[in-house]
Ligand binder design. Structure first.
Ligand code: GDG
Length: 466
């Protein structure tokens, strides 16, 4: 079997399996199928004059090769082009783009650095798998260094409509960079279709079949590979009794209360204020639930150096405060807002104990929390997933209550429906949802992608040397 080389912006700590998040589970699983190498940023920013030296670590058959970014690289490549240009635009927020020439330059040069770090390590038959929007130019940089490897790219976030993508500064360059991969993978069929429509309108491409194109003298395979989770691992965490969580659940049972839960990074794409407004609408429209419905909102801090993120946090804090101020009683608070990351096993137990999972992003590549909520449900008395139609997961999880997150009244109605849903209907929906997340789990995701990459017809007729 060929060795797998993963290149991603961040490299996770491997070892503590229960604590690593969704994406890292999929990658660690892929790497552990044989020998594996994982290359990327270690998360540290080196000060002026400090040596951002590469460090190598070994965890059984997996080697990690990590380096720090300089302050300037962190500012312009990571916070700049990646998170002030690509992230907002791919999530349909062109209004939040802050573009500068320095961002594009740093994005290009840091990608070069990723490629230069990885290239000397590559053996001739390695499979190379590059992850996400931070690293679109990596294949082109590897090709310039002489790489003839099969290189795959997986986009974890949505690929927007042609109209939106064509507004991204340097989209022509990004497109040409993408053509240096052998396989381009998306989360959903919708993303794949958006990419094809963009190409049809803006690029010189020959469409060979649904999954093959010819561009820049190369044959490139395209596909949709919805990312999954390790269902058993998550369910095992959820089924472990956590005394504090269990005590709270019993207290709610005695008082006839129900809990709704959401857990996201505090990102504007996740629709947190809209969701809080929908909950407010629910309490306004259905007053009989005042004193009984509780909404636990776990919003972990993220990218706090970007203005849009501090603004969304302020907005959310004002809103949660306003809902509590309006409706709370001395012995009941409608919103519990936590602006910290909590341990993964605790999160699983909280999902298990919550009657409703309220997952309503405005745009999301997939959304693993939706799948984790399902994995965590007790089979005999499962909760109900309310899911935004703009989460990639909605393409698969049809038995969830699918809602438009911009329509507070519709979400409030779905909450009401979830609260009153008969046990049999909940069980039926849960059975089907569970089935689906099991058949397309983390293992399925990585094997399907790597099989497609292994079979990608590597044809290069042009030299990219420059
Ligand atoms: C990107 C795409 C795509 C959340 N709060 C806490 C916590 N989490 C964990 C969740 C889940 C992960 O973080 C979040 O994954 P998502 O998929 O929901 O979202 P993004 O971070 O935006 O990920 C997304 C994903 O890539 C994979 O391709 O699905 O669409 O945007 O695992 O459980 N974990 C802990 N404490 C928290 O407070 N420990």
């Amino acid at each position: 079997m060929e060795r797998l080389v993963i290149i991603s912006n961040r490299v996770a700590e491997i070892g503590e399996k229960t604590q690593i998040g969704g994406l890292a589970v999929g990658i660690a699983d892929a790497l552990s199928r044989g020998e594996g190498l994982w290359v990327g940023w270690n998360g540290a920013v080196s000060g002026p004059g400090e040596d951002p030296a590469t460090s190598r670590k070994q965890h059984e058959a997996i080697t990690t090769l990590t380096f720090s970014l300089t302050e300037e690289e962190h500012e312009n490549y990571y916070l700049g082009f990646s998170n002030r240009v690509l992230w907002p635009s791919f999530h349909y927020r062109l209004d939040l783009i802050e573009f500068s020439e320095a961002f594009a330059k740093a994005y290009s040069s840091v990608n070069k650095r990723f490629a230069r770090t990885a290239f000397p390590e590559l053996k001739s038959d390695d499979l190379v798998w590059v992850h996400d929007y931070h690293l679109i130019p990596v294949a082109q940089e590897l090709r310039k260094l002489g790489s003839r490897h099969r290189i795959g790219f997986f986009l974890h976030i949505p690929f927007p409509s042609a109209e939106i993508f064509s507004a991204v500064p340097r989209h022509e360059w990004l497109r040409e960079c993408l053509f240096q991969f052998d396989l381009i993978g998306f989360q959903t069929n919708r993303d794949l279709e958006n990419f094809r429509l963009y190409l049809a309108e803006h690029a010189d491409v020959e469409f060979i079949s649904d999954n093959l194109i010819k561009a820049a003298g190369r044959i490139i395979r395209l596909g949709a590979f919805p990312i999954g989770i390790d269902v058993e691992q998550f369910a095992a965490m959820a089924n472990k009794v956590d005394d504090a969580v269990e005590l709270e659940r019993m207290r709610r049972d005695i008082l006839g209360r129900i809990q709704m839960i959401s857990a996201d990074r505090l990102d504007y794409s996740k629709g947190l204020p809209e969701r809080t407004r929908a909950f407010l609408e629910f309490l306004n429209a259905y007053p009989e639930y005042r004193g009984f419905a509780e909404y636990l909102q776990i919003a972990s801090p993220t990218r706090e150096d970007v203005l849009a993120y501090t603004e969304i946090r302020t907005e959310l804090e004002q809103l949660s405060g306003a809902v509590n101020g309006k409706f709370a009683e001395f012995n009941w608070s409608p919103v519990q807002y936590i602006n910290r990351s909590i341990p993964r096993d605790k999160l699983a137990c909280l999902f298990h104990a919550s009657r409703i999972g309220l997952i309503t992003p405005l745009r999301d590549g997939m959304n693993l929390v939706a799948k984790e909520y399902i994995a965590a449900q007790p089979a005999d008395d499962p909760g109900v997933l309310i899911l935004s139609k703009f989460a990639g997961a909605a393409e698969q999880l049809e038995e969830a209550l699918i809602v438009n997150p911009y329509d507070a009244g519709e979400v409030a109605g779905a909450i009401r429906r979830a609260v009153t849903m008969p046990l049999e209907e909940r069980q039926n929906r849960q059975r089907k949802l569970l089935d689906r997340i099991k058949t397309t789990d983390a293992h399925w995701w990585q094997t399907t992608f790597l099989e497609a990459l292994g079979h990608a017809p590597y044809v290069s007729t042009q030299s990219t040397q420059s």
